[in-house]
Every structure is written in C-alpha cells, then in structure tokens.
Design a protein. Structure first.
Length: 467
C-alpha cells in the first residue's frame, strides 16, 4: 500500500516521499504529482500530520507545520490503591469538587485515574441527578486534562465490556452498556425532538451530550494522532468487529450508528459535526488500509438512501473527507438511469472519477423515480452532481500558505479553461428543469439555485493560480 513517509520544502515547492512498503526508502514526488495520482494518500498524510485542518481544503502554515502531535506529557501510570481509595470515597459521598482536586493533584505525580473512575466522570456530565453546571463542566475539564497529560493510556480499556463492572457503580450511563456503538447511539437525544421537554432543559441536555461526545471523539482523534505510525493499535479500530480477513468488513452496525443522528428532527448541528468527526476517523482507518473501503462505501450508501432530502443534504455537506465523498457519490451516480449515455462512455463508468467523467457521462444521467417523487428525486440527483464536482476539485487542491498545488491533469485544466463547455451542460439541465411541469415549484427553484452555484464554482476555478 502506497503511503507518504515525510514531506520537504525546496525552491521547487512542496514534495512528498512516496513509499510502496515500510521497507521502501521511497522517492520524492511533487505535491502536484502526488495529488494527481494519489489524492487519498495526500489527504491521509495531511490529516494525520496537521491538527488545524480545514475540512474542505487541506491547509497548513509552512513555517509552523509540525509533524508531531504535541502533548505536555504522555508518560502516566494507573494510580496506586491508596490514591484510588481516596477518590472513591469522595465519589461515593458525591464530593465532586474534592474528587476533581485529588485527580488533578495526583496527575502532577504522573498518575491517572482507573477506568471505573473515568467512567464515573463521564457519567457526571450527563447524569440527570447532577444539576450544577460547574460540576458538569468541571468533570469535562478533568477528563480533557487526563487526555492531555496521559495521552490515551488512561482510556485504552474504557470501552471493553469485560472491564465494565456494574458493582463498581460507574453510574446510570453504564447500567446497560453492551458495546460502544450501541452506547453512542443511545446518547442521541431522540426525546429532545418532542415539545414535551422544557426548552431550557432541552438546551442544557444537548449541551451536556455535546460535551460527552466531544470528549469521546477527542480521545479517538488524539489516539490516532499519537499512533499514526501504527494505526492497527488504535483504540477506535479495536471497537470495530474483526472479520475473517485483514480488513475490517463487519461495519454495518457502526455505519447505522453514525447515520442515526441524521434521522432525528431538529438535531443539534454540534452533535451532527461530532458524528461526522467520528466518521472522519473511520475514513482515516479505511484510507490507511485497516477497514475495507468498498464495504464502508456500500454501507454508507445504503444508509444515506434512507434520509429525506434535507437530511441527505446535511450529511453530505458536513462530511470531512473529500476523497471519500467523491467515491461515495461516484457510487451513487452509477445507480442512476444511464440509458442516455453512449456505449463508448459507458465503458468508462468503472474508471476513477475525474472532470471528464462527471461532465461527459454523469451529466447525461437521470434519476430513477422508483422510491421518491419526481421532484425530490430530481433535486437529489442534481445535488449529487454538484457535490461530486465540488468535492472532486477540492480533493485535487492543496493550499500551503499563499501557494496552491493542483492535481488536475492537462485535459481537466483545458476543460476548466474552456468553462463554456461545462456551463453549456449546466444550462441543458436548467432548460430541462424549466420544461418539466411535474416538478414542485419550490424544489425546482432550489435545484436551479444549486446549478447557479455550480456555475460560480466552475468560473472561480479559472482564477486559481495553480503551479
């Protein structure tokens, strides 16, 4: 599997060292060439080595770019029994402030709490019996400090079912714990979408769930940063069931969990973004060769097909991986009506997605109406087209300071420079919309707006000063 071992700046700009195996010393290739041939590898490298990533276009400051994940101290030991007993006594008496102070004090001696106490801290954040927001935020801050001072050592066995002992009284949050993915799905506040919950309590409850989810996903993100050279030992991968082969393929359950939040009416956008951060880490494990990308793509496609138009749009717009989104939407467009496509172009359907494939093949495709109405199916189809074109361009562009590197090939650049060709295809779609009287006027208006935005994006591409 091809991977990038390091990068280097020179007079010629940014270069990467591409390696075919761990024993391969690799060879330098320009950023342009790497983006052209291996955009997924570039995305993986940038996200593993850059903490301040922009989800749309990978960016970093070449003066401050650092290949290491900075932690104050990652050497930490489980605290001895007498320290543990002191904290347990405070927790049993609900002396939370004293608990936090003791944990902080013991961390200065490089001791972290045991798993049961960390689970109790997590429970405090969402426990209805704890109403003091200072205590709730205090528990969150202590958990974050444990993560900062111990790395992910303290959280390594938090989710192992054999280590969740009901007799330890970790709190209501853990009473019916069976596995991680069911645990996460149960956190989604389905009950908050009703009008029976008071507004103040509803907002507070969402804030508390966001705190806990943010901490949990933050642990995985930190762990993957720290173990970027050996992601096979990451905590998140250990929570995905093993199959019979090297790659994890048994991912239906986790995909259902990751898309379940999108089915909740009026769900908090903060919760949506956290779920997408978690999906983003799953995608990184896929890009690094630990999860089967085809299984992930297929299961995601099955689940997003169950979303209504607004939920579908929200899911795609909040995805953090452009390269994976391209593959997902390429897969979606292959499942459309392709009868108007010439036999010659149909032979290119299984080729990797590029601008020519999008404009010369997919612009001639049309939606099926077997599931949804014609209006929503047309809107969905054009939204996929627009999203695919935008995601593909973004996956091929890398910003470093004031420089822009591009992985577009000569044919694609010529197509962009002659943007009238793309605009003509867009105008054909607009004309077909105007002529179709069966489409809902509101959805027709929204669809035409999507196409107008697409025109703007295409015209802006000509302004990029690519190298």
């Amino acid at each position: 599997m091809v991977f990038i071992s390091r990068h280097e700046f020179s007079e010629n700009g940014l270069s990467y060292v591409l390696c075919a195996s761990p024993s391969d010393k690799g060879k330098f290739v320009s950023a342009n060439e790497a983006l052209k041939t291996n955009p997924e590898v570039v995305e993986l490298y940038e996200k593993l080595n850059n903490n301040n990533n922009n989800n749309n276009i990978f960016t970093y400051d070449d003066d401050n770019h650092n290949d290491t994940f900075s932690m104050k101290n990652t050497f930490s030991m489980k605290m001895p029994h007498y320290y543990k007993s002191m904290i347990e006594n405070c927790l049993e008496e609900n002396h939370y402030v004293a608990t936090f102070d003791l944990i902080e004090a013991f961390q200065t001696k490089n001791y972290h709490p045991v798993e049961e106490q960390i689970r109790r801290l997590m429970d405090i954040i969402v426990n209805d019996q704890v109403e003091n927001m200072e205590i709730i935020t205090g528990a969150y801050r202590v958990l974050q400090h444990i993560l900062q001072t111990s790395g992910t050592t303290a959280f390594q066995k938090i989710w192992e079912i054999d280590h969740v002992d009901p007799e330890q009284k970790p709190g209501p949050l853990w009473n019916e714990y069976t596995d991680f993915w069911n645990f996460i799905e149960q956190l989604i506040p389905h009950q908050l979408s009703t009008d029976k919950v008071e507004t103040v309590k509803k907002v507070e409850r969402v804030e508390r769930i966001v705190m806990l989810l943010d901490h949990i996903v933050g642990v995985f993100e930190t762990d993957i940063q720290l173990k970027k050279g050996n992601l096979g030992n990451s905590i998140l991968l250990s929570l995905i069931p093993k199959g019979y082969g090297r790659l994890r393929t048994n991912i239906k359950g986790l995909v259902q969990t990751l898309t379940s939040a999108f089915h909740v009416n009026n769900i908090s956008i903060e919760i949506i973004r956290i779920f997408q951060r978690l999906l983003g880490q799953i995608i990184l494990l896929s890009l690094s060769g630990h999860i089967c990308p085809d299984s992930l793509k297929t299961e995601l496609y099955i689940q997003i097909n169950k979303l209504d138009p607004f939920q579908f749009q929200l899911f795609l717009q909040t995805m953090t991986s452009n390269t994976f989104k391209c593959k997902l939407l390429d897969h979606a467009l292959k499942d459309t009506n392709l009868t108007q496509i010439s036999r010659q172009n149909k032979n290119s359907l299984n080729c990797p997605v590029d601008l020519l494939k999008i404009t010369q093949i997919y612009f001639d495709s049309s939606p099926y109406y077997k599931i949804s109405t014609k209006s929503s199916a047309t809107w969905r189809h054009i939204f996929i087209l627009c999203s695919l074109l935008q995601s593909y361009i973004q996956s091929k562009i890398l910003r470093v300071g004031d420089k822009i590197y591009s992985g577009l090939d000569d044919d694609e650049i010529n197509l962009i420079n002659n943007s009238n060709e793309i605009n003509e295809r867009i105008n054909e779609l607009v004309d077909s919309l105007n002529e179709d009287e069966d489409i809902n006027p509101d959805l027709k208006k929204r669809t035409k707006f999507l196409l107008d935005l697409l025109k703007i994006d295409v015209n802006r591409l000509k302004e990029l000063d690519t190298q």
